[in-house]
Design a protein around this ligand. Structure first.
Ligand code: IPM
Ligand code: MN
Length: 363
């Protein structure tokens, strides 16, 4: 089969790790006989520097016309001035909105061979295998009014949290469907003791739960969820939350996996159903890591596993997806480690070597 993939590396370590994701995609093409035509574009800080905007309309069009998008990361100290008229992150947010990818799926799994590399105790990490579904195109990130104004008392700023029942229902449905294919437990995260949006969220979750009697639904307040993620992470199967809560909780959940560099994500514009393809945007959950950019030491596993999610959710290539996931496990099992997950007795490898080893394992 032939697929068109948009490749947007972005800033910092984004292009380095994305190059390894692409390497794996090309290896899958060779091994399984698929054609991937790759089209690249600028986004984020590099696009601000080259084109004066974080996202050109033609790059948004390229992403929209592709079968899937492989994205790196955007941002960096060069463009961090809070008073600047535009920021690299705007490019990412515009892309997510343009593609309508409302459900951001972030699987968090602890690999047994990496348990020792985590800052948490091994007994806490045993059996951790969860998926966080983060609402991605609403809430504080997007709702209006948003902005700043000058008042006689000084500057004031506003962001708005707003959710419609429809926006809440569709992302919760993604969570329920995923839970059905897993351990059948759904944790709906909210702040219903304070926020109106969360009260609507909780009511919607309870109503939708009626359609999924086989899935056990629980409601957990976001602050308690943050605590339980560290105290007893193995209790979670599927977690669903609004945009900002999900952003924060998934960085926290990444600590469980030993390194943020390991975690992939899939952002979908539809409820995933086996055998049906859906527009998807695939990115590692780590950021641009400007402190290590350009040194060839970043962990490309998040990007590589994002390619696996792409094959599974957007291209309908399940067997190929599984083969990437197996190859990654094999390479980690054999002791290859980028510096972020390095431990005594392992072999330290570069970003490119890590990619090459996954390719060899795949072949
Ligand atoms: C993420 C990132 C982005 C977000 C930033 C770069 C805008 O932190 O994907 O988690 O907040 O969504
Ligand atoms: Mn984040």
């Amino acid at each position: 089969m032939d697929f068109k993939i948009a490749v947007l590396g972005g800033d910092g370590i984004g292009p380095e790790v994305t190059a390894e994701g692409v390497k794996i995609l090309e290896a899958v093409g060779r091994v399984f006989g698929h054609g991937f035509s790759l089209e690249t574009g600028d986004v984020g800080g590099i696009s601000i520097d080259k084109h004066g905007t974080p996202l050109l309309p033609e790059v948004a069009e390229l992403a929209g016309s592709a079968d899937a998008v492989l994205f790196g990361a955007v941002g960096g100290p060069r463009w961090d001035d809070p008073a600047a008229p535009m920021h690299p992150e705007d490019g990412l947010l515009q892309l997510r909105a343009h593609l309508g990818v409302f459900a951001n799926i972030r699987p968090v799994k602890v690999y047994p061979m990496l348990i020792e590399s985590s800052v948490l105790k091994p007994e806490v990490l045993e059996g951790v295998d969860m998926v966080v579904v983060r609402e991605l195109t609403g809430g504080l990130y997007y709702a209006q009014p948003k902005g700043r104004s000058e008042t006689p008392q000084g500057w004031t700023a506003v962001d708005t949290m707003r959710y419609s029942e429809g926006e809440i229902e569709r992302v919760l449905r993604v969570g329920f469907e995923l839970a059905r294919g897993r351990r059948k437990k759904l944790t709906s995260v909210d702040k219903a003791n304070v926020l109106e949006c969360s009260r609507l969220w909780r009511q919607t979750a309870t109503r939708l739960g009626g359609e999924y009697p086989d899935v056990e639904l629980e409601h957990v307040l976001v602050d308690a969820c943050a605590m339980q993620l560290i105290q007893r992470p193995s209790r979670f199967d599927v977690i669903v939350s609004e945009n900002t809560f999900g952003d924060i909780l998934t960085d926290e959940a990444a600590v469980l996996a030993a390194s943020m560099g390991l975690l992939p994500s899939a952002s979908l514009s539809d409820v995933p159903v086996a055998g049906r393809r859906t527009t998807g945007f695939y990115e590692p959950i780590h950021g641009t890591a400007p402190d290590i950019a350009g040194q060839g030491i970043a962990n490309p596993t998040g990007s590589i596993l994002s390619v696996a999610l792409m094959l599974r959710y957007s291209l309908g290539l399940t067997e190929e997806a599984v083969s990437i996931e197996r190859a990654v496990e094999q390479v980690l099992d054999a002791g290859a480690r980028t510096p972020d997950i390095f431990a005594e007795g392992a072999q330290q490898v570069s970003t490119a070597e890590m990619g090459d080893r996954v390719v060899s394992a795949l072949e």
